[in-house]
Design a protein around this ligand. Structure first.
Ligand SMILES: [Zn+2]
Length: 217
């Protein structure tokens, strides 16, 4: 079956070229989109099928392997990575997979090599399997309305980044899902935390955009 997913890691070798597999010609003719997505790469990742053109999984995988300790087994390799920070940029950037434009960017960090990789939100979820969508959703929610709540994932992220303290995160989590019975002090506290995080994310985005421009891309 050419549609095994990449999780097994069986077909993966140290070079992206070796991932190549012939594509079933029949399937390739029925679906025009599949053609543009697979020509030249021919890898067997089912996740690519609904991604459309421009996302090059083999390229992304190679870039991630290059920054990882594990160089062969994709599943083990992926486990080395965490979402370190997220930001949305106003000017388009290019994903590690070559896809552009991307506006929602995840700064990934490898916990073994300490290396970084900036990857688009879609690829992070589809190919690396990290739950970045919920982070972007939480941030957007409180940007639009600071009386609403972040989620646990976002609070963990910003605690890790030391934008907020662990005790504040704990306090927030003690009432953030309640619809009723939230005191005025709790609401003020939550809004203050939300605003702090929104301000941090805005600065992060501005800094990242400036750094990206400095690279001359
Ligand atoms: Zn990508």
């Amino acid at each position: 079956m050419p549609e095994d997913d990449e999780e097994g890691g069986k077909s993966l070798q140290s070079s992206s070229r070796e991932v190549f597999r012939p594509i079933d010609e029949r399937r390739y003719r029925i679906d025009g989109q599949r053609e543009s997505a697979t020509i030249g790469y021919g890898f067997n990742n089912s996740g690519l099928m609904d991604m459309g053109a421009g996302y090059n999984f083999a390229q992304l995988q190679q870039e991630i392997f290059n920054r990882s300790s594990e160089k062969v087994d994709w599943t083990l390799c992926k486990n080395e990575w965490r979402v370190h920070d997220i930001y949305r940029v106003g000017e388009e950037q290019v994903c590690l997979c070559g896809h552009h434009p991307i506006f929602q960017i995840c700064e990934l960090k490898n916990e073994v090599t300490r290396q970084r990789a900036d990857v688009g939100n879609v690829c992070v979820q589809k190919f690396i399997g990290l739950k970045s969508k919920r982070l972007f959703a939480a941030l957007k929610r409180v940007e639009l309305d600071p009386t609403r709540s972040l989620n646990k994932e976002a609070l963990e992220l910003y605690t890790h980044l030391r934008v907020i303290g662990a005790q504040d995160a704990e306090e927030y989590l003690s009432f953030y899902r309640k619809r009723k019975g939230v005191s005025e002090d709790q609401m003020k506290f939550k809004v203050a935390i939300n605003k702090k995080i929104v301000a941090y994310a805005a600065k992060k985005a501005a800094d990242a955009a400036a750094a990206y421009r400095a690279l001359g891309k």
